[in-house]
Design a protein around this ligand. Sequence first.
Ligand code: SF4
Length: 485
Amino acid sequence: MPPAHPFDDDKLREECGIFGVVGVQDASTFVALGLHALQHRGQEAGGIVSHDPDHGFNQARRFGYVRDNFTSQKIMETLPGPIAIGHVRYSTSGSKGQTAIRDVQPFFGEFSMGGAAIAHNGNITNANALRRELIERGSIFQSSSDSECIIHLMARSMGRSIPDRMEEALRKVEGAFSVVAMTRTKLIGVRDPLGVRPLVLGKIGDGWALSSETCALDIIGAEFVREIRPGEMVVINGSGVQSHFPFRPQPSRFCIFEHVYFSRPDSILGGRSVYETRENIGRELAKESPVDADLVCPVPDSGTPAAIGYSLQSGIPYAMGIIRNQYMGRTFIEPTEQIRNMGVRLKLNVNRALIKDKRVILVDDSVVRGTTSRKIKEMILDAGAREVHFRIASPPTAWPCFYGVDTPQREKLLAATMSEDEMCRHLAVDSLKFISLDGLYRAVGEAQGRNAECPQYCDACFSGEYPVEPADMLEQGFEMKPAAE
Ligand code: SF4
């Protein structure tokens, strides 16, 4: 599966997808299918661990797409058993951009009461301090991933069972984590107290599944049961699902960008269809920032539902003014400006017959560096458009994410250094408007907008208000937004 958006360096990227199944024959096959449906959350590498009473724990980790690795009978035969978990990754805080196989999850640990494997989506914001302390106390790390800290913390715990040890380990961890883990017989799911990253529970026959998103339950024919709640730990075995809440309760702060871009449009988040939410965002955008024009065109594919919403609200016809080549993978993405510029034309082409002499509204999900927006604007003007108006389905992305999403450094974010008017001039478009934070909150179902005293979501990449202090980054010199700003 190609990346969710063709311009890899000009989009925020979700870094992981996790999936687990217990109580079905050949659980690893279901996990492979689930990971395939979660491929948009990470394309660099994937791994599966399974357990079978006759063969014990087995694991396979590979670079590349799930479809290129975990469809091979040779590999899948090495992963037998009724319980398995898996992980797809971009690169997390480990070897960024250059995934090493030792950084590919799930991670496995052998404890006195048996083995356990864990797969983590999110980012541990105090990982550096934890790692230093663990190494001083004798831990030997195998990878550069923050997630490995969890295994070492479990090894140091005096808990009598794997779930007890995991609970104790996760109490020491700060930041964002959704975790799927397994022992020989138990599937375990945990979400951090703020519930920043998603995790859902599904039922398949007599078995159970845990997944980052509901779209992956659909692919294996599992019924969506419910979301794992913020701060909840579920332990699933033959006798069912046991739930408890081991962390100090806090108001939840789910990542609002999952609604805008990361999650697949056919997933359900917070009881709402992601597709419908994105359409709502387009409607809000049309209400907030109307403009006289002839066509509304999405920047495919991620801008499509918002463009449809904008068109429905404004009454301006929707058109596929830009066509995406569906067969472009990451192969052509090279780290030079020249090839990057070519890359846009290789992946997107303007539908000239539609665009010529038209005033065009282009709807995109976000502006990160702005390099892609500029290029697309040029392509539209080259095709003979009379005017180009950008409408963006998220507020200006002015702050990096430290909770499991790959973001450029702050100074590389266009909105960190320019006002909306300056960005409009920089992109040389006729107008540029972003949805407001309140408008985005309304679109996700918060009728009164954002509660400034206690925001209902994490929106730090827009607001600069981080729900968990990014301790490691502060240590490295990152400057938070002053309280009064
Ligand atoms: S900072 Fe942005 S991308 Fe990161 S978790 Fe918060 S809302 Fe999501």
